[in-house]
Structure formats: structure tokens, C-alpha cells
Design a protein around this ligand. Structure first.
Ligand SMILES: [Zn+2]
Length: 660
């Protein structure tokens, strides 16, 4: 429950922000002189005369849709490059890092492209690529994008230029949603069930595809808004790119479970007459991922293990960190196994690389890029350096710094080195002064008090802003915002500092994070309808263990203190039995035998459970209409449910959040 004081504070903040909107236009500002100078320095330091990537990105172009505009149900826009027309400007505006501007132009190239005889790609119809391989009797689709509308549009575009044939196979290169969510745009449950379409995926795919977005899903969805910038307006003072591609498509998400699992490290298969050698790369860019080599066409598909950016060892939306050592190892293995036999290297983001010698050189640099980040971080941490010190010390070696594919558009050396530190040593830097620090609001109040009050801090911070010390201004003024979130001057100055940092960022992800932070400081948290991180398809695949664990993470320990409730669950359609046990403010479950001392026993189906999870019905209604049959005391079930929190999807990020 929110306290009365808390509600007052929120109301005051809303009024202050509304007054602010009236008094000043809370619009993005121009680049400061320090930012313009930083952009100029970036321009001088990089080989902009090298246009090879533009040649590669345009090679094999066949056709596209006007502005790649794709609509969903009722004409709702699902994808369009039209808002990015500003990228055609001759000169880079001072509000965008010139290196990111270049990447954003490359990522704006869209259409159907021929890669090699019998292999095509649809690029720029989503953040990811869809690859189409012509088989003996039909089409093999590798990675059907994030949503069904864009996948269907991509396949239709292909059919306008190549013979229309059935989709005989779908291959998911890995367990991230932008590589499988559009599957029902290229095939159907019925075709898969009848064996007309086979679905291949690396071992562990389903588990990872559904698990990653559930337990911590609410936080990840909110944080993803900062990483990708979907609520920022595209433009020179807004969203320009996400580094890996433009943005995420906004259509219908789907999932069909694989029929064939690739489980051997090198697995040779013949799919619809096409020989494919799969190379499993577990624990790299995704927990379940695989590269694939097509010997007849001499094409190597590196999935998402090598792209035209330094990728993420840690993703800003929040996820478990990735293993740079394994990542580098698998690139090395791919180079050894396939490098000398490859004419075209493709990936499931970005554009191809052509020519065996160029490909080998590219794979070596990518291999070394991840090894460099790993080894240099570990070297420094073994010398006692801590995360911010290591991040400040790392610079790409001169031989990689001028390689566009090693630049920091998606991952950065800074946050990737922190991922390596976290993997080995965790969050604690071993300085006991940091072992039990005050939480942010308490600390902020003391900082501001010690520094002579908010006005004194802001005066000095404005001087630093003029000098271009935006990182410092953002850190110090955040204390003022946390000490007093209705201080409009503090919010405005913090926003201005984040904005200049965003303008200077080479990483699309950092730019989006900074600019979205600035937007929320100026205008408050964006109000959006609740978004479910689940779809009916994904939900069918969620194991019951994970479902009960997800109930557990919603248990409000304060309200549950001292309570003991035991419920038997009997799933009549799947013949599964679970006991859910609340005790010591922890919810645990066991499978198998029902508990003799249960307060209540439920008979239900998984379909009913899915309907409840998708909020199509409620437990109370399902009990009332008989979809759930209760023996024992039904009030105990309702009491247990009343102890579960509903997560707020749009929680505060750049300002203190109320106690919920
Ligand atoms: Zn991807």
C-alpha cells in the first residue's frame, strides 16, 4: 500500500511536472559546444573514407517494399523505415555521434538480397535478418524475425522474385525472441504437426527461449525501453538506431516448438536436399546458439556470434552475463573448420562479408576482440583494479580500433568489462566501505546536506556542465533528484547532462538509455497500458516448475509473514500433481503425491491456468464457473492469491520509487 505521504509526494511531483511542461517546452535541446567538439574528434579518429561496408550492405539487392512499411491488423504500423528518412542528410548533425550515424545509415538499408546461389536474406524488416535457403522441394527459413507480420512480408517479397514453394524447414539459430517470434508468419502449427515443416534448433532452445523472459521479465521489459528506445521519437535528437539494427518490430509474437534438436558439437544434416553442418556454440551470445555452414554454396552463417559491432557480454535490459572466453573459442573453431572454405559469411544481423581472405581476417579480429575484453579485464582485476577503474583503463588495441566491426554500437568495452568482472567476482569490489552502503535516497540526502544544500550543488554542477563534464554532472545531480524528486531545476539539469552524453555516445544502446532517461526526468514516467511479457504460445511452453517459481517471486513476504497454506494442484489434462506450500514467507512446490494436510485441493486444466495467466479470467471466476473444482476450503486459495504482488510495468528508474 502507498502511504498518504507517498501519495501526496507523487501528486506534488505530477503537478510540478505539469507546471514545468507549461513553463518550458520539455523538448530535446541542441548539442553543446563540448559535444560538437567531441563529435569532431570522433570524426577525425575513424576511417570514414572506407565505404566497403556500404558496398557489402548493398550487394545482391533485388527489391524492397516502399520504406519497408509493414502494417498489422487494422492498418496498425508494425514496421517502417520512413521515420528514419532523416538519416539521408548529407552532413551528420552535432547531436549524433558520427560513427553511430554511419552505422544507423547502414542499418537503414532494407530489402531482399541475394547472398549466393540459392541463399537470400531479408534485411531491414526488423532488428534481425531472415535468411532463406532454397531446398529441393521448398524453402528453409533461418530465423523468422521477431513478429509474424514482418516475417510474412519478408517471405512474400521473396516469393515475388523467386518461385513460390512451401516452407519445408525453419531453423532457429538461437533462443532470443528476434530469431523465432515471427515463426507463424512463415509456417503454422498444422504444417509442423503434419511434418510438412520441420523445425530445427540448438539443444536447450525451448528452456532458454521461455525462461529468460519470465522470472525477471517485468524488470527486463521496462529496462529494454532504455536499451532500444521504442518510446523515443526517431530523429537527430532522438532514436537513431539500436546498434544491431533499427529497433524491434511491433507485431504479433509467436512460438512453435522445435521438432529436431541439434545436440552434437558438429552435426551434419541434410535438410530438404541441402547439406548443412551445424556448429553448436552454447554459452556465447545466447545460452543455446549455433552457427551453420553450407558446403555447396560455401556460405557460413555465424548466427549472432559475429556481427558488425562489438556485441554484448552484458545486455543493458538486464540478463545473466555471457562468457567471452567461450565466445572467442567458438569463433576460433568456426574459423578453423570453415574459414578456408567460405566465400560469403552472413549473420542474423547486419550485412555479409565476401571473399575468403577477408572473411578469415574478419573472423580473426572478432575472435581476438572478445578474447581481448576477457583477458585484459581479468589481468586488471587480478591486479586489484575494480570495475569503474577497469572500464576507464580499457582501450581497443590500435589494430582493432579502426575496424568498424569492432566498434561499440551495441556492446561497449566499458559495460562488457564489467560483465567479465561480474562473471568471476560478482558485484562486490572487496572494499568494506562498499559492503553495506546506505540505500540511494538516504545517501542522497546526506550528500546534498554535506555539500551545502541543493542550490549549492546545482550552482557548481552548472559550471561543470558548461565545461562539458557531463558524466560528473549526471552523477552528482542524481543525488539532488533522489534527495528531492520534485526539484525541477535538478531534474532539468540532470536531463540536460544525460542528453549530451546520449548525443556523444557511439553505442546506440547507450544513446537510447541516456535520451530516455532525459525524457523521463523532464516529463515523468511514461504512462502505458500494462504490457504482458507472455504470449499464449510462449505460455504453453512454460514448464509448471517455472510457473510455480514465478508465483513464488510474487509473494509479498510482509503480508505472508506467519501464514501457512498448503494447496494440492491436480492438472486433469496433463496428469500432473503439485503441492504448493507457503511457510516461513516462502512459497515452495513439490511434484508427485498430494499432501494429506492440504487446506484445499484443486482440479483444473493447463488451459485454464494459461487463461488465468493471460488475464482472460481470474482464479475467483474460474472457481465460480467450475473451471477449477475445489475440495477443502476455497478461501485458503483466495487468501494465498491475495498475498501475491502485481508488478508495476512502468516502475521508476531515474528517480526514487515509492515503497510498494
Ligand atoms: Zn538477435
Amino acid at each position: 500500500m502507498k502511504s498518504a505521504a507517498e501519495r501526496c509526494r507523487r501528486a506534488a511531483l505530477t503537478l510540478a511536472l505539469l507546471a514545468g511542461v507549461a513553463a518550458h517546452a520539455q523538448q530535446p535541446r541542441d548539442a553543446e559546444p563540448s559535444t560538437a567538439a567531441a563529435q569532431e574528434a570522433a570524426r577525425k579518429g575513424l576511417p570514414f573514407a572506407d565505404r566497403t561496408d556500404f558496398d557489402d550492405a548493398g550487394a545482391g539487392f533485388i527489391a524492397t517494399l516502399p520504406d519497408a512499411a509493414i502494417e498489422g491488423i487494422g492498418g496498425r504500423p508494425v514496421w517502417s523505415m520512413k521515420p528514419y528518412a532523416f538519416l539521408e542528410a548529407a552532413a551528420t548533425p552535432p547531436t549524433v555521434n558520427p560513427s553511430l550515424w554511419r552505422q544507423a545509415q547502414l542499418n537503414a538499408i532494407h530489402g531482399l538480397f541475394k547472398v549466393a546461389d540459392g541463399i537470400y536474406q531479408v534485411r531491414g524488416f526488423d532488428i534481425s535478418n531472415m535468411t532463406l535457403v532454397e531446398g529441393a522441394s521448398g524453402i528453409i527459413v533461418i530465423d523468422p524475425l521477431l513478429t509474424t507480420e514482418v516475417a510474412r512480408a519478408g517471405l512474400e517479397l521473396y516469393f515475388q522474385h523467386r518461385p513460390r514453394k512451401p516452407v519445408t524447414a525453419v531453423i532457429y539459430s538461437h533462443s532470443h525472441a528476434d530469431h523465432f517470434g515471427g515463426v507463424k508468419g512463415v509456417t503454422s502449427d498444422a504444417d509442423v504437426a503434419a511434418g510438412r515443416t520441420h523445425v530445427y534448433a540448438p539443444e536447450g532452445f525451448m528452456e532458454h527461449a521461455v525462461a529468460e523472459n519470465i522470472i525477471a521479465g517485468n524488470a527486463m521489459s521496462r529496462r529494454a525501453q532504455f536499451q532500444f528506445g521504442p518510446l523515443l521519437a526517431p530523429g537527430p535528437r532522438g532514436q537513431v538506431d539500436a546498434g544491431l539494427g533499427k529497433n524491434l518490430s511491433r507485431g504479433t509474437f509467436s512460438l512453435i516448438a522445435p521438432t529436431d534438436s541439434i545436440a552434437r558439437m558438429l552435426d551434419k544434416r541434410t535438410i530438404d536436399g541441402v547439406e548443412v553442418i551445424f556448429q553448436l556454440t552454447p554459452g556465447t551470445e545466447a545460452p543455446a546458439e549455433m552457427n551453420m555452414y553450407f558446403p555447396a554454396a560455401r556460405v557460413l552463417d555465424m548466427a549472432e556470434n559475429t556481427t558488425h559491432t562489438l556485441h554484448n557480454l552484458y545486455t543493458l535490459r538486464g540478463a545473466e552475463v555471457r562468457d567471452a572466453r567461450a565466445w572467442s573459442r567458438y569463433i576460433s573453431d568456426a574459423l578453423e573448420a570453415f574459414g578456408a572454405k567460405t566465400d560469403v559469411l552472413i549473420a542474423q544481423h547486419h550485412w555479409p562479408t565476401r571473399g575468403t581472405a577477408r572473411i578469415q581476417a574478419y573472423l580473426k579480429r572478432q575472435r581476438d576482440l572478445y578474447k581481448f575484453v576477457h583477458d585484459q579485464t581479468v589481468r586488471l582485476l587480478n591486479q586489484g583494479y575494480t570495475p569503474n577503474e577497469i572500464a576507464a583503463a580499457l582501450r581497443l588495441p590500435s589494430t582493432l580500433a579502426n575496424d568498424w566491426a569492432a566498434r561499440e554500437y551495441y556492446g561497449t568495452l566499458s559495460h562488457n568489462s564489467k560483465a567479465v568482472y561480474q562473471k568471476y567476482l560478482g558485484w562486490y569490489d572487496a572494499n568494506p566501505a562498499h559492503l553495506d552502503e546506505l540505500p540511494p535516497v538516504e545517501a542522497a540526502r546526506k550528500y546534498v546536506e554535506y555539500m551545502g544544500g541543493a542550490q549549492a550543488v546545482l550552482e557548481r554542477a552548472r559550471e561543470d556542465f558548461k565545461r562539458g563534464n557531463y558524466r560528473w554532472v549526471a552523477s552528482v545531480v542524481t543525488h539532488v533528484v533522489y534527495a528531492d524528486p520534485v526539484n525541477r531545476e535538478a531534474r532539468a539539469l540532470a536531463a540536460d547532462a544525460l542528453e549530451q552524453l546520449g548525443y556523444q555516445s557511439e553505442a546506440g544502446t547507450w544513446r537510447n538509455a541516456y535520451l530516455f532517461g532525459a525524457l523521463e526526468l523532464r516529463n515523468g514516467v511514461t504512462k502505458l497500458p500494462a504490457i504482458s511479457t507472455l504470449s499464449a504460445d510462449a505460455l504453453q511452453a512454460v514448464p509448471l516448475d517455472l510457473f510455480f517459481d514465478f508465483l513464488g517471486v510474487r509473494l509479498n513476504a510482509t503480508r505472508a509473514d506467519g501464514k501457512r497454506i498448503v494447496i494440492n494442484w491436480n492438472f486433469t489434462d496433463t496428469q500432473q500433481r503439485y503441492v504448493l506450500n507457503l511457510e516461513n514467507a516462502a512459497l515452495t512446490h513439490t511434484a508427485g503425491m498430494p499432501a494429506a494436510d492440504a487446506d484445499a485441493s484443486l482440479d483444473l486444466t493447463r488451459t485454464t491456468l494459461a487463461a488465468i495467466t493471460l488475464r482472460k479470467t481470474t482464479f475467483a471466476d474460474a472457481v465460480k464457473n467450475g473451471a477449477i473444482q475445489v475440495t477443502g476450503d476455497p478461501r485458503k486459495l483466495l487468501e494465498l492469491l491475495s498475498l501475491l504482488d502485481e508488478f508495476e510495468p512502468m516502475f521508476e528508474v531515474v528517480e526514487p520509487h515509492p515503497v510498494r
